[in-house]
Design a protein around this ligand. Sequence first.
Ligand SMILES: [Zn+2]
Length: 467
Amino acid sequence: MSSGHPRSLHAASAIIGGRPVAGVRFTTDASGRISSIEHGVRPAEGELSLGTVVPGMGNAHSHAFHRLLRGRTHAEGGDFWQWRTAMYAAAASLDPERYYAVARAVFGEMLVCGWTAVGEFHYVHHRQDGRPYAEAHAMESAVASAARDVGIRLTLLDTAYLAGGLGAPLLAEQLAFGDGSAERWLERWHSLRDHLAATAGEGDRVTLGAALHSVRAVPRDAMATILAGLPADIPLHVHLSEQPQENADTLAATGLTPTGVLAELGALTPRISLVHATHLTDADVALIGSSRATVVMCPTTEADLGDGIGPARRLADAGARIAVGSDQNAVIDPFLELRGLEAGERLASGQRGRFDPAELLAAGSAAGYTSLGLGAHTLALGQPLDLVEVSTISVRTLGGDPAQIALTATAADVERVIVAGELVASSGALASSAAAGRPEHLLADALAGLSSSRSGSAVEPAQGAHP
Ligand SMILES: [Zn+2]
């Protein structure tokens, strides 16, 4: 936005700690962090004046390019393996220019829907045959530029993906994901960190994190090398026990569950985020809980792919932090993820109120930000001023208690979105000068570019490897 971030803005009501607080003025410093908060005040003349706001939502798990599969994988049985075949074909269609176009559209969609930060679990690093692009970090730069241009906060989770399964080399359709060895992945990661720092402008919103794709795609000794070679304070994510097959394969190869493998490596610490954690033993739940790790549930994806319902409440009771993510981006709606989290618990347990409305909002906002290495996010002093304005007078929300808005609103109720004190989206349109307009137009452009250049090189499904 041309006028820069406002020095202050006013919300008629802000949901803070799960409770509505009336008449709140937030003032920001030059970095967009909250420097003062007043309660019970009226908007000043000319001040940006919002209605009901909730803390901005942190999307702790995304693969932006999976958005290309939305509405295209349900015919003729539409099982997991068919989905995976389509996913590899989508990955094969990417180059830096197209990846930028898709990511910009998808990040734009996230922003207008209320996700103010995203963790992109990024593994399409190289050309389809595994050769690096001539320009160093071309694909990573494409993702970072897409986020910078729309104004969303990005934690780029650069992913190590070294094997096609336990003891198996990468498949032909996975070559773009691989770096050959843990040492070479680490070398690229450290170089990428320097590169991102060199290209960051003032108030940059891109953070570099890391990911191990899964215990199936990164051998144990390689995981140990990577854990030893990464700084201790960066966020680290890993897919965990999404499908029962991963547990069976890991047990057969190591005698341990995937959680047990991570525990043995010393990887279970508060900085790690475990994505899905759907099929766990009681011992796994205890290990994860006592480590104070974050578990990222992806309810709309887990339902779409038929993964199962993870033990979110049991994990939370054991000590884990629960966050949510949009994962395959077949649905981009923070409220539907939160509702799906609670709905899964209710369906599996036969009980209501497994996560109360305040806990759901905290899972969407504070836990997501913590998972992404962005610090605390509870609308307190010193924290980022990231807000989502939600209509309380729509057909969905009218008459509801605003404290329960996580169980009534959808992304269609998101009005204005604020990141670092700056207006970045309004009524479904992006406000950034680098990517103004509606995300559906950006997406139409991205899809048109892809369909005109499709090679039709669909790959055969290979059983046993993980997306
Ligand atoms: Zn994933």
